[in-house]
Design a protein around this ligand. Structure first.
Ligand code: TXA
Ligand code: MG
Length: 362
């Protein structure tokens, strides 16, 4: 776990964060996926602050984060009581998923209890819930004793933060924000989201580290893709990360097909350009003599999907700060274990470039 080497926060600091949340303030905190921008899920003004600080449209629903009660034997946790204030029906399948994957990088969407504020669900009849595994998140949530809404702690449409410094950078000059430091996020991309609200099917809304095959193997539950079983449910943006443009750097970003770096470069007309080319560690070095006038630098990344995911956003942020004219990433290979990063990279490409925010909002 990232906590082993991370500067975990002292109890006094966590207590201060709890107090800030109780007073309606915002606190950024680490989870195992990405850093979240937290607010009291029972306080409408605090929830509104989250939307305005992120620049996120209020119709995009938020995930409620809950503490996993502290038990030596996780299988003894009474999740039905934990969820009772938030959700209407808890199916057998829901309990199987929860026992297999909570606390962890899995978000479940349920029909909501009537007490859940419309402000956080974007007016929908469903609510997304997750119990994060990161020890700092767990301590914060246990001490707070309530639900905490937490979108990724980035400005809307931008790259999600995986370090405390990323969060500070994201909100510099915009918001005086308390940031709990829990080190680097271990998973590195947002949680897998499964919609259980239809009652009979588990539907994948956002791919992440936990894949449908892993779910099938551990629980026997078959997860389908949206559209497999029902018509699309209207125009509501159920998952903001499902917008075509998201997770985007300001530098133009493109993917290249295996072995086709030169093609990608030759499509780029300006020969004075500085181009960062990301390459798999499993591949031999690029041969780029044909393009002597383009300033190309290779950046080596892991060809293991979990390691790649854990460093993806950090790599995007670092490259974005280095003032390249273009960033080229290799297309992730086929296979479910790459779905999460493929999804993030494709949206990042679509939204990349100086005007990405206007894309993201469209
Ligand atoms: O890993 C994560 O899930 C991180 C960490 C901080 O927990 N959080 C995160 O939050 O990614 P955010 O707000 O950036 O993405 C949450 C996604 C959004 O795309 C939202 O539309 C979707 O969850 N969502 C929330 N409530 C929903 C609902 N009732 N139905 C469908 N999708 C929902
Ligand atoms: Mg986000």
């Amino acid at each position: 776990m990232s906590s082993d080497s991370s500067p975990l926060q002292s109890s006094a600091v966590i207590n201060e964060a709890v107090q800030t949340l109780r007073e309606g303030g915002l606190v950024a905190f680490p989870t195992e996926t990405v850093y979240g921008l937290g607010a009291d899920a029972s306080n409408p003004e605090a929830i509104n602050k989250v939307f305005t600080s992120k620049g996120r449209p209020s119709s995009h629903p938020l995930i409620v984060h809950l503490a996993a009660p502290d038990r030596f034997d996780q299988s003894e946790i009474d999740w039905v009581s934990v969820l009772a204030p938030w959700v209407r029906d808890i199916s057998e399948d829901a309990l199987k998923l929860i026992h297999a994957f909570w606390p962890g990088p899995l978000t479940l969407v349920f029909k909501k209890d009537k007490r859940v504020l419309n402000e956080l669900t974007g007016g929908q009849d469903t609510v997304a819930i997750r119990a994060p595994a990161h020890p700092v998140a767990q301590e914060l949530l246990r001490k707070f004793k309530g639900g905490v809404v937490a979108p990724s702690a980035n400005r809307f449409g931008k790259v999600s933060p995986t370090r405390a410094a990323d969060v500070r950078h994201e909100f510099e000059g915009v918001l005086d924000l308390m940031v709990l430091d829990g080190g680097d996020c271990e998973v590195g991309i947002e949680s897998t989201i499964i919609d259980l609200s239809s009652g009979d099917h588990a539907v994948l809304l956002r791919p992440g580290a936990i894949t449908p095959s892993e779910i099938l193997a551990k629980t026997g539950i078959q997860v389908s893709r949206p559209g497999d079983h029902r018509p699309s449910s209207g125009d509501l943006p159920r998952v903001s990360g499902s917008l075509k443009a998201h997770y985007a750097p300001t530098t133009p970003l493109r993917l290249y097909a295996p072995g086709r770096v030169l093609d990608a470069l030759s499509e780029f007309p300006d020969t004075k350009s500085r181009v960062a080319v990301v390459v798999w560690d499993s591949e031999s070095s690029l041969v780029l003599e044909d393009h002597p006038s383009i300033d190309v630098e290779e950046i080596i990344v892991s060809s293991d999907p979990s390691i790649f995911a854990s460093r993806l956003y950090r790599t995007l942020r670092d490259l974005d700060e280095q003032a390249w004219d273009l960033i080229l990433f290799p297309e992730p290979p086929a296979g479910e274990e790459w779905d999460g990063v493929r999804d993030r990279l494709q949206r990042a490409c679509f939204g990349s470039g100086p005007s990405s925010i206007s894309h993201a909002n469209s």
